[in-house]
Design a protein around this ligand. Sequence first.
Ligand code: MG
Length: 374
Amino acid sequence: MLHILFVLYAISHKHCSSGEIPTMNGNKSFEPSCPLPSSDKKTVQLAHGGGGRLMQELIQDIFVRAFHNPLLAPMHDGATWPVEKGTLAFTTDSYVVRPLFFPGGDIGSLAVHGTINDLAMCGAKPLYLSAGFILEEGLSLDVLQQVVNSMAKAAQAAGVSIVTGDTKVVDRGKGDGIFINTAGVGLVPSGVRIAPTLIQPGDAILVSGDLGSHGVAVLSVREGLTFAGNVESDSAPLHEVVGDLMGSGVDLHCMRDLTRGGLASALNELATAAKVGMSIDESAVPVLEPVRGACELLGLDPLYVANEGRFVAMVPESQAETALAVMRRHAVSSKAARIGVVTGRHAPPVILQTVLGTHRILDLLSGEQLPRIC
Ligand code: MG
């Protein structure tokens, strides 16, 4: 039996260097750059990343308490587990969303959902996650606790375990509260192959739900804006609907989650990789009215706004209705719609048939429409 050694639980020890070498004659003061822990028990201190007692307390009191599971319990340098027959999928993503909390989610749940979704897009059943935290000195431990609890809750709800992790602390002003990296391992069942190169002219293009809610929800709190109708992030795990789609016998050619850059960027990436064209019907793309209104106000195009619980799928036209029916059985994809068709190769590759009856090129953005969104 093959055993995987997942070497990440090495909590590295921060090496301290003195700013000045102390002397015996008192001409130079002793100014160590590795400060002693203060008595402040409510915020993250540099010593929480220093490998000593405070770091051990942080790991035990916050991380282990929230994430506890049999693979984490040995507290070894890495998690090990036996693997079944099949193919492994492995992915990683970093999360720097600002603010840390937003309607419908927070950086913790996002860090779990985002990595689960990347595994799901490979046709994998998500199994295990790692969690790497970069914390800023001065961060409230209550805030950290909330984020970690949210991660634990999201992981438990999705049936995955956080089995290894790492914590580092950076000086006050050198971070932005919390940055998180999660890596994930999943199992792709034998015989499953999902890849951009399988996309063919004639394939139907399906989207799993309404677009743009995540980006607008984050922006609304960041900028202190209120919009008519409450816009909540769509952040959600997609592996269950994907598992159902795979089990339904639909010949899934490719899938992609619609994160940074939104639908337009994902379609461009896929069309380029598959050497095909794509034609999208704007009137068929679901966008909630409050999101559409907010985007108009802010000069954003919902087709480019990030989502964290939406994906696009390419399936044979003859199976499009079956696939949509399966997707609509799940709350996360209840508004699934057929939005276009794969065509022969042309440049630029993605064309939008607008509601006005005109054609518009859906190109890749040359800049960043919404920074720090995930
Ligand atoms: Mg992705």
